[in-house]
Design a protein around this ligand. Structure first.
Ligand SMILES: NC(=O)c1ccc[n+]([C@@H]2O[C@H](COP(=O)([O-])OP(=O)(O)OC[C@H]3O[C@@H](n4cnc5c(N)ncnc54)[C@H](OP(=O)(O)O)[C@@H]3O)[C@@H](O)[C@H]2O)c1
Length: 299
């Protein structure tokens, strides 16, 4: 049996990963770490209610389990919150990763860590794994710090960078672009969406699959995980309307200069996926194809 700890098992990726790994209960023994109660809607895994920021308790709990892999999906993910509360952002997005790396070295655990396109400044687009990070936000900077500490560690690590994740799981602590656009249009509400920021959105079930592939292949290093076409956020919203057969004319384009967001966003990200194709043998689809698949799961 392969023992896997998923941190953030109550989160979007965490719940999707639980669902994927628990399809193979004879292969994976799964431990989910999150704060408070188990909100995944399932009880066929080992849930551990834990505050990851309690260093010694975290390390002891991991030592007692002695896992083969830790998949660290927990993070402070709201970009503006990170800008406002840098201390908490550093604690969860950097210090916790440091402690996970320390216990991984001690126990010979392979650590899979999630990062983001926000480590880049968004001037260029289609980023390769080897491109130079230059974050515009504190969230992005915290993820660069977490990556660097893994790069400089002696452990087996995998860094999966991803973009604008969407999907639906049993318990949602927050919405995402697809669900929000779908819900607003279904209610006949007009929405304004930026047309000068470009992204490759990621279906959460694909991101979970990329985590599983990384484990199965014991792939180390950095990989970019997203869908394969670069779209403006406005185009993303329009495609949601197309696929869910909603009224596109309710979506109005705006410039991001009219938004008063606390943290700066990179204008144009998107990934070069050739390393992911070649090494992980993982070939992401277009956003529209992913949306169709997602729609099927909602039926
Ligand atoms: N979502 C995106 O668009 C996106 C884009 C790029 C990269 N990423 C990265 O992908 C990863 C997964 O993202 P996600 O969207 O699945 O995140 P998410 O839904 O916000 O899930 C994160 C989980 O971590 C848990 N957590 C936070 N602080 C904790 C603590 N101190 N102790 C225990 N658990 C704690 C949260 O618990 P609570 O539910 O109790 O708060 C939450 O369940 C993150 O590393 C994120 O930075 C996400």
């Amino acid at each position: 049996m392969i023992k896997v700890i998923i941190t953030g098992s109550n989160g979007l990726l965490g719940q999707s990963l639980l669902a994927l790994l628990l399809k193979e209960k004879n292969k994976y023994q799964v431990f989910g770490f999150s704060r408070g109660k188990n909100r995944s809607g399932r009880d066929d895994f080992n849930y551990v209610s834990i505050d990851l920021t309690q260093k010694e308790n975290l390390k002891k709990t991991i030592r007692d389990i002695n896992p083969d892999f830790i998949i660290n999906t927990a993070a402070m993910t709201l970009v503006d919150d990170c800008e406002i509360d840098k201390e908490t952002c550093d604690l969860l997005n950097v210090d916790v990763v440091q402690w996970l790396a320390e216990v991984s070295e001690e126990m010979n655990i392979h650590l899979i860590h999630l990062s983001t396109d926000f480590i880049f400044d968004g001037e260029q687009g289609y980023y390769k794994e080897t491109d130079q990070p230059n974050p515009l936000s504190y969230y992005g900077l915290s993820k660069v710090k977490s990556e660097n500490l893994l790069l400089n560690s002696k452990i087996d690590y995998t860094i999966l960078r991803t973009i604008l994740v969407y999907g639906k799981v049993f318990s949602m602590s927050r919405s995402n672009i697809v669900l929000w656009v779908k819900s607003m249009l279904a209610q006949g509400k007009q929405i304004t969406i930026v047309n000068d920021q470009f992204r490759m959105p990621t279906y959460v079930d694909d991101l979970a699959l990329a985590c599983k592939i990384s484990m199965d292949k014991k792939a180390t290093g950095i990989y970019h995980i997203s869908s394969k076409e670069l779209l403006s956020v406005f185009e993303i919203a329009q495609q949601v309307a197309d696929v869910f057969e909603l009224d596109k004319s309710l979506i109005k384009p705006i410039s991001s200069t009219t938004l008063n967001q606390t943290a700066k966003r990179p204008p144009k990200t998107g990934f070069d996926l050739s390393k992911t194709n070649k090494v992980l043998n993982f070939y992401p689809k277009s956003f529209k194809e992913d949306l169709q698949r997602f729609k099927e799961t909602l039926r």
